[in-house]
Design a protein around this ligand. Structure first.
Ligand code: SF4
Ligand code: SF4
Length: 339
């Protein structure tokens, strides 16, 4: 084992990245300071046009070539994610007000979170109509999905690595994009890496955060929800996702399905529940769909398993997202519904 892999011993104490990531994910603590807005920026003729194509190409390029999109020991040389899907939502889309009642009043609108960023930089807060959300889906590598599909109780090692390294990679490259935009005088923010982000247990919705990447992806027309609450896209539900807000007017490039379960077989009246069969704690049932609390309890316990067996500080599961008909595509029977 190389010296740089030695963090993998006694990971409850030594996997500082994993411990920091968990604290950040739960409490919004420990992230690098937000980049500062360059208010003196003067545009030059060589500057790129920051339009929809720029965001699509930039995110694709990051996932294709960024050194952060790589697995570590013992999977050196393997990519974490395959080619992404990218979509846009205008900041004044009425869906954000709907989310205030569907998810809860604690969920930020793009305008609210951008106001915080504007105040940090002593500039006026932009109006909702001048903002957009960029949402992206990063499909998990084939080998990792295949590995996890063979697991019956706990996540595979590749899946566990993907949960940790994939999250760190996603945060890293989004920070690079946000920093580039702020350097060019454009307000931008990734809400999930600010001190404003903290997960809590809410009476109506259970564990939830003030910024839901999944709901951003739905609003951007990137897919719909399944029985397991995973998000089914044209590249399936075995993925990680992200989103960030920019002070630019970007045109939505995808149509949102009206039915929030448009791509789930069971919800569409086709017998499936393959995800329920994969769940080791029966947290998915035909009657109640996804029991978030039972799922949460199981996923929390996986921290011990991943530490003991893979020597990284991460929790995860994803058994119900692998080895199922919606793992890597919209189930064939429903592809005609794709909008
Ligand atoms: S496995 Fe079947 S029931 Fe479960 S989310 Fe996928 S399509 Fe829906
Ligand atoms: S993530 Fe794991 S525990 Fe949660 S519903 Fe899916 S299979 Fe069950």
């Amino acid at each position: 084992m190389k010296k740089r892999d030695s963090y993998r011993k006694y990971s409850f104490f030594t996997d500082i990245r994993g411990i920091k990531n968990a604290i950040g994910e739960m409490r919004g603590w420990g992230y690098p300071n937000q980049p500062k807005l360059n208010t003196n920026y003067k545009r030059s003729p060589d500057d790129p046009v920051l339009n929809e194509d720029w965001f699509i190409n930039t995110i694709k390029e990051k996932i294709a070539n960024h050194p952060g999109n790589n697995m570590e020991f013992p999977f050196h040389g393997e990519k974490i994610f395959a080619e992404p899907l990218i979509g846009f939502i205008r900041g004044n889309d009425p869906v954000f007000q709907e989310y205030k009642s569907i998810i809860g009043p604690h969920h930020f609108s793009p305008e609210e979170i951008m106001k915080w960023q504007a105040e940090n930089n002593n500039v006026p807060a932009p109006k909702a109509e001048d903002l957009s959300v960029v949402s992206f889906i990063m499909p998990i590598a084939r080998t990792t999905k295949d590995d996890n599909a063979t697991m019956k109780e706990w996540p595979s090692e590749r899946w566990a690595q993907t949960r940790l390294l994939g999250e760190i990679f996603s945060q890293t490259f989004v920070r690079e994009i946000v920093t580039e935009l702020m350097d060019r005088g454009i307000l931008a923010i990734s809400p999930d890496v600010t001190p404003m982000f903290n997960k809590k247990r809410y009476p109506e919705v259970g564990w939830a955060s003030p910024w839901s990447h999944r709901h951003m992806a739905y609003a951007a027309g990137l897919g719909s929800f399944g029985m397991n609450d995973f998000f089914i896209t044209e590249k399936g539900c075995a993925h990680r996702m992200g989103s960030f807000v920019v002070n630019l007017k970007l045109e939505p490039n995808r149509k949102r399905p009206d039915d929030i379960h448009a791509y789930c077989l069971q919800y569409q009246g086709e017998k499936c529940l393959q995800c329920a069969k994969r769940c080791p704690v029966d947290a998915i049932t035909a009657e109640k769909a996804h029991d978030k609390e039972a799922c949460y309890q199981r996923v929390a316990k996986s921290l011990l398993y991943c530490n003991k067996n893979y020597h990284i500080f991460i929790y995860g599961c994803g058994l119900c997202a692998t080895g199922v008909p919606c793992e890597s595509e919209i189930p064939k029977q429903l592809q005609k519904n794709a909008v």
